[in-house]
Design a binder for this molecule. Structure first.
Ligand code: RFL
Ligand code: PHB
Length: 395
């Protein structure tokens, strides 16, 4: 027996950062939404991805009443360390940006907090659905159909559909007349999780002639590290001993700092690309987050950009339900793209600054070192990097 169609104001496809923040922002304005998500709750809450939150994302978590555990468990850093030519240079973002900090609070912890609070508020999230399809997006009565976890058909009748289904989702395919712009990098990242105490009190981004390395953290007991690798390398190509020797070489300094080793319990390769879809709306469908754009992880922008889209979309929807005018929603793409392209620029800049590119020669290598030297010695250059890293203010 087919289940009765469910009526809601906004059907949200995808329970990642974009979809979950959107649901909370809409709820704050008294707008109803229902989320459909293909993965199980356990998978969503267990997938290791981003680590760094921009200052305004942290402030938004608090505004939404979701910041309590983060305030207790996150790591708050004054800045980052840039390491090159065997030397470490600390950039004090707090001093350079008038008090903004780097917050390391893993994406899956953010999602756990958002999911628990949404369900406690009486919100609906259908996990583990399949066959999700969007219909009648050009009309003012769009629909989303799916098969639920028990194999029963489901239908959401709504006013708007938010396509928050990530880079591999199908929502983007519905945006007619779109142009997609992409830039591929000739390298990837090998990411590992390690059982060890922190080796440093802040993130270290290192440029080395053997390639980039990044030291990050997850908890006092678990550390997250990345190594630049080939774009088609597989994690299995990297035995633990090779990973440690590369990390030691790329992170080593002349001042005797040492990297603490530990048991590697997870390894994975992450591809690197920059991608932007130049339209984020088709009729009543709006894209948000990775569904519309991708940045390489070097600038730590992806999650934050997804949340910014959710904020802009919630503003447009709030305006619609208050005034019945579609005008603000009509500006959604333009508003988002301005911030997206700034984040694309910064992520591309940080990536080129810190990685060795096999397609480049000694000239470009020296130019990157000169750029790093400029950033760590010029307050103007350091401030430009700092204000982008901690997050440009929302328009
Ligand atoms: P997500 O997180 O991919 O969520 C999309 C959700 O949609 C579901 N889905 C569907 N649901 C229903 N129907 C369908 N047809 C569906 N198809 C897919 C998926 O199961 C999923 O749950 O996209 P969203 O919400 O746009 O969020 C984007 C962020 O997840 C992403 O940009 C960040 O993780 C990027 N990123 C980082 N961002 C930061 O801001 N700071 C960082 O430090 C940072 N580090 C990283 C990163 C991404 C990484 N990887 C693995 C790509 C580090 C790494 C290693
Ligand atoms: C992380 O901790 O996973 C992380 C930190 C900084 C980045 C990317 C990823 O730029």
């Amino acid at each position: 027996m087919p289940t009765e169609p469910h009526r809601t104001q906004v059907a949200i496809v995808g329970a990642g950062p974009a979809g979950l923040f959107l649901a909370h922002l809409l709820h704050r304005h008294g707008i109803e939404s229902v989320i459909v998500e293909t993965r199980s709750r356990e998978e969503v809450e267990g997938t290791i991805r981003a680590g760094v939150l921009e200052q305004w994302t942290v402030d938004l978590m608090h505004d939404l009443g979701l910041g309590e555990r983060m305030a207790r468990e996150a790591h708050f850093h004054r800045g980052i360390t840039l390491r090159f030519a065997g030397e470490s240079h600390h950039l004090d973002f707090e001093a350079l940006t008038g008090g903004k900090r780097v917050t390391v609070y893993p994406q899956h912890e953010v999602l756990k907090d958002l999911i628990a609070a949404r369900l406690a508020d009486g919100g609906t999230i259908h996990f583990g659905v399949r066959d999700v399809e969007m219909h009648d997006l050009g009309s003012d009565r769009p629909r989303v159909t799916y098969t639920d976890g028990d194999g029963e058909p489901g239908e959401l009748r709504c006013d708007f559909v938010a396509g928050c289904d990530g880079s591999q989702g199908s929502a983007r395919g519905h945006i007619e007349g779109r142009t997609e712009v992409q830039h591929l990098y000739p390298f990837g990242w090998l990411g590992i999780l390690v059982e060890a105490p922190p080796s440093h009190h802040e993130l270290i981004y290192a440029r080395h002639e053997r390639g980039f390395a990044l030291l990050s953290t997850r908890s006092p007991e678990i550390q997250r590290l990345y190594l630049q690798c080939g774009p088609t390398d597989r994690a299995a190509d990297y035995p633990d001993a090779l990973i440690w020797s590369e990390l030691h070489r790329r992170l080593e300094t002349v001042d005797g700092w040492t990297l603490t080793e530990g048991r590697i319990f997870q390894k994975g390769v992450i591809g690197m690309r920059s991608f932007v879809c130049d339209r984020m709306q088709h009729g009543r469908l709006f894209l948000a987050g990775d569904a519309a754009h991708i940045v390489p992880p070097t600038g730590a922008k992806g999650l934050n950009l997804a949340v910014a889209d959710a904020v802009y979309l919630s503003r447009g929807l709030e305006c619609f339900y208050r005034t019945r005018s579609l005008e603000e929603l009509g500006r959604y793409t333009e508003t988002c793209l301005r911030r997206i392209w700034r984040a694309e620029r910064f992520s591309w800049y940080m990536t080129n600054l810190l990685h060795t590119n096999p397609a480049e020669g000694p000239f470009e290598h020296r130019i990157r070192l000169a750029d790093l030297d400029y950033v760590v010695h010029s307050p103007a250059a350091a401030t430009a990097l700092a204000e982008n890293y901690v997050g440009l203010p929302l328009d």
